[in-house]
Unconditional design. Structure first.
Length: 343
């Protein structure tokens, strides 16, 4: 049986999706120069961390929560990995092909340079994850895609730890996490390392399994944590701050979501959640193409908000079309495979 949807997961996913769109829109002003930051939508930071880090943290938490909610009682490995494959790769490949053709046309020829053998990284969804360290054919998807794929691979093992060895799993995870936070000095971005994002992903799983709801003491504690981080602006590891700010924000959003649990917000949150992966795939390319055609040094503060609205409309349309194309093609392929089995 299909489980009842949890409104707070849709609610938080919608907020995280909007924050990621804002992040890449605002990034254009950051690249343009500090004097243009005032044109950014709302803010580029959230309680002393970059708003992009905040949004990604929420995504990791709700990803762990959503998987645990569906597979808490039972998990069939073959069916689980098949479903994860179908939910990620076909739409990613379709979006990549469409984006490649579009950019090839706009650039009047080849625009990517990398060893041909590295195209395998694009096929398996790790081109964005490794783009900063290895030449790739990266266009869309962001590094988050590669990291979430790793979490999907690890989920059955993490699920066993959460269900059967909850305390030991927390201790081992904390030890590995803190080791990276204080002793890692490698060239690979620490924020992309799966062990550094493990506390967020596991928090979502533990919330579903053991915590279930946010009480008043948890809410107050979370608010105090965010307030202190904003006021004191600690200079310690940004990765450490991202972890506790993200988790505290999750608790607060879960608590306040009940005040938005009505038909309007249910519909809006459900709609954004439904298309969130398609939005994730198309938004970066669209923002880059739209904003490249505007003189950001001349646009007004109000004009920036209008430009953001335009980007959101185009992103929404493209995400909807990508979702429908994916739905149609997958239905067609499954229909053909069913016919072949019957024959």
């Amino acid at each position: 049986m299909r489980k009842e949807r949890l409104f707070y997961l849709d609610f938080i996913r919608a907020i995280a999706t909007i924050s990621i769109i804002m992040t890449h829109f605002n990034a254009r002003y950051i690249y343009a120069g500090a004097q243009y930051i005032y044109k950014a939508i709302i803010s580029t930071t959230f309680f002393n961390i970059y708003i992009g880090d905040w949004g990604v943290s929420l995504f990791f938490i709700i990803s762990g929560a959503a998987l645990m909610y569906v597979y808490q009682e039972k998990l069939e490995y073959k069916r689980f990995y098949k479903k994860r494959f179908e939910s990620l790769y076909p739409m990613f490949w379709m979006a990549y092909i469409i984006a490649f053709i579009g950019l090839f046309y706009l650039n009047k020829g080849m625009f990517l340079q990398a060893p041909k053998k590295n195209f395998i990284l694009t096929i398996i969804g790790f081109d964005g994850y490794l783009a900063a360290n290895v030449p790739t054919f990266y266009i869309l998807g962001e590094w988050f895609l590669g990291c979430i794929i790793l979490f999907y691979v690890l989920f059955p093992l993490l699920r066993t730890g959460v269900n059967k060895y909850p305390k030991a799993t927390v201790v081992v995870t904390a030890m590995i996490y803190l080791t990276f936070i204080f002793f890692y000095h490698g060239v690979f971005d620490m924020s992309k390392i799966v062990f550094v994002r493990m506390p967020e992903f596991l928090m979502g799983m533990y919330f579903i399994k053991y915590i279930k709801k946010v009480n008043l003491p948890m809410l107050v504690t979370s608010i105090i944590v965010l307030a202190l981080n904003l006021i004191l602006k600690p200079q310690w590891s940004n990765h450490l701050q991202t972890t506790y700010v993200g988790i505290s924000s999750f608790f607060i959003l879960v608590y306040i979501s009940k005040y938005f649990d009505n038909k309007f917000f249910q519909k809006v949150s459900s709609c954004i959640s439904k298309y969130s992966y398609a939005i994730f795939l198309v938004h970066h390319v669209i923002i880059a193409q739209v904003m490249a055609r505007v003189d950001l040094t001349q646009i007004s503060w109000f004009g920036s908000y209008k430009l953001f609205a335009l980007c959101c409309i185009i992103i929404g349309i493209c995400a909807f079309l990508l979702f429908q194309i994916h739905k149609y093609i997958m239905k067609f392929i499954k229909g053909k495979m069913l016919c072949m089995k019957k024959d």
